[in-house]
Design a protein around this ligand. Structure first.
Ligand code: CUA
Length: 152
C-alpha cells in the first residue's frame, strides 16, 4: 500500500540524514588533521623544516616567506631583511611561552603561541627599518624583547 511506501521512504530519509551527519563529522576531523600542517610544538621546532632554521626564503620572483621563532627574549632571525614591493608571508611560532609579534608602524600584529603557527601576508611599499616588538607580557625581560625588519 501507499502507507507502507511512505514508511519505507521516511526510513530511507532518516538513514540518509544519519549518514550525512556522520560524514559531516568525518569531514570536520579531516579539516582538523589539515590544521596540523600549521602547528609545531616547541619540541618539534628543532627538527621542523620551517623553523629549525629561522630565515627569510625567496619562493617566487617577488615572493618571500619568513619563518620566525619567538622565545624569551628574542626573535629569530634578526634582523629580517626583505625587498620592498614584494609579497611577504610571515609564519610565526614560539618555542616557550606566548609572545607577541608586532611590526611597529604597520598592521602586522599577531600572537606567537607555542604549538601554533600564525600566518600573515603583507607587502611593504616603503624601504626602511621597522622595529619588531613583543606585545604580550612574557617574563621579566619582556620590555627588552625586540627585533628589526629591514625593507631594502
Ligand atoms: Cu616576549 Cu613579551
Amino acid at each position: 500500500t501507499y502507507e507502507k511506501l511512505w514508511l519505507a521512504g521516511s526510513f530511507v530519509l532518516i538513514v540518509g540524514f544519519i549518514v550525512t551527519i556522520t560524514y559531516g563529522s568525518v569531514g570536520l576531523g579531516i579539516t582538523m588533521i589539515d590544521d596540523e600542517a600549521n602547528t609545531v610544538t616547541p619540541d618539534e621546532i628543532g627538527s621542523d623544516d620551517r623553523f629549525s632554521d629561522p630565515r627569510v626564503e625567496q619562493v617566487g620572483e617577488d615572493e618571500y616567506e619568513v619563518y620566525v621563532v619567538a622565545m624569551t627574549f628574542i626573535f629569530q632571525p634578526d634582523p629580517i631583511e626583505v625587498p620592498a614591493s614584494s609579497e611577504v608571508t610571515f609564519y610565526v611560532t614560539s618555542r616557550d611561552v606566548i609572545h607577541g609579534f608586532e611590526v611597529a608602524g604597520t598592521n602586522i600584529n599577531s600572537m606567537a603561541i607555542p604549538g601554533q603557527v600564525a600566518e600573515l601576508t603583507v607587502e611593504f611599499d616603503e624601504p626602511g627599518t621597522y622595529g619588531i616588538v613583543c606585545n604580550e607580557y612574557c617574563g621579566p625581560q619582556h620590555h627588552t624583547m625586540e627585533g628589526s625588519l629591514v625593507v631594502t
